[in-house]
Design a protein around this ligand. Sequence first.
Ligand code: SF4
Length: 434
Amino acid sequence: MQPRRPTRQIRLGNDKTGIVRVGGGLPPDHPMADGSVAPAPVSVQTMTAGYTWDVDKCVAEIHKLHTAGADVVRVAVPEKKDTQALKEILAQTSVPIVADVHFHFQRALEAVEAGVHKIRLNPGNINDRAQVEDVIRACKDAGIPIRVGVNEGSIIERKDKQKRAKELGAVFSNHKHGYMLAIMIAKLEEYLDIFYENDFFDIAISAKSMDATLVIDAYTEIAKRFPHPLHLGVTHAGPKETGCIRSVVALGTLLANGIGDTIRISYANDPIYEVQDGLELLYTLGLRERKGAELIACPTCGRIQVDLFTLVQDVNKKLATDIRVPMKVAVMGCVVNGPGEAEGADVAVFAGDRKGIIYVQGERVATVPETEILDRLLAECLSFQARVESGEARLGEKKVDIVPPDPLGELGSGWEKMAAERIRGVTDLTIGKT
Ligand code: SF4
């Protein structure tokens, strides 16, 4: 992991929503230094899928996404009835709201007037200098930042692309994505000049594409050139199953290289998955402190003797709703590799022949039949959580450290029994009897 890239910091929100800081840490002698000493934790954002003008549904969706962990929520405002709904939406929500503006600069002015906490502009479709300056002025007066989003899809038809691509062509001549990078960088330079000339520096930048490798290259080049926080994303990533791979490859690579200050994973699905997967990505990279339990589970193999897939799904759902502390929970299919793979778990179950042995911080606390594993495991997690919260126990203090039981013992499966008996030269074995 590379250290986070320092940037100018932007701030979204107010006393009611709390302030979400994005980026930061430019050295004090940098011309755009803002006094922030270090980059803020990488934030997770998403976008509502419903109509903004439908206030009740929009508010309900924002609440759902905020509760799931979204630090910032963006809403589309294609029509005046959408910006007219913003005041009421803002009154009923407590998370910073971004207005996503395309084509109509008036929507940006109306959204600022309504009190949104950030505007997103697209240089590909709002490029009249006077209009951009009107938006800059409004945001400056309101003290809110602007994201400049140069998505691949929306800048490709710019009429100046040939000229600008030629100018930058030499810089990226050996680059796989040279042509598109040239257009993106040129567009950003040109657009940001308008902001700088108007003394406006509270800017975030995004450069999304549906091609994960272009996303990696574009943000890497932009990070070298502009001292602004970067909003990472793979746009139109597709259904969750494949979109997850695209997004994690691109965003994970950039974040591991210290690039990126706020992220949005985008799926053709309920945006709650974008929030959940975005948070999990940041937890996995150690860029955010985990909230709630971390579940470790084995992939299963021919040794399995319980319905582990169902058990894991059920445990996962229960942990998500019932567990607040970042305990590690392991659900392992057997005792052959289970103990080693579950090392570090606070609570663990090792399944065997239609039963499971449950451990809490290395202590064996119960052996239960398969039908009772879920309830007992969760009861132990809740009890452990209560002890952690009261200070009686500490997370990760005692690791699961068990010696695998004799395969012929209470958890031994038929497979292990046969293997063990072969080793011992025993031939008269009743498989499955414990
Ligand atoms: S823990 Fe046991 S059942 Fe699960 S994958 Fe490993 S060996 Fe197979």
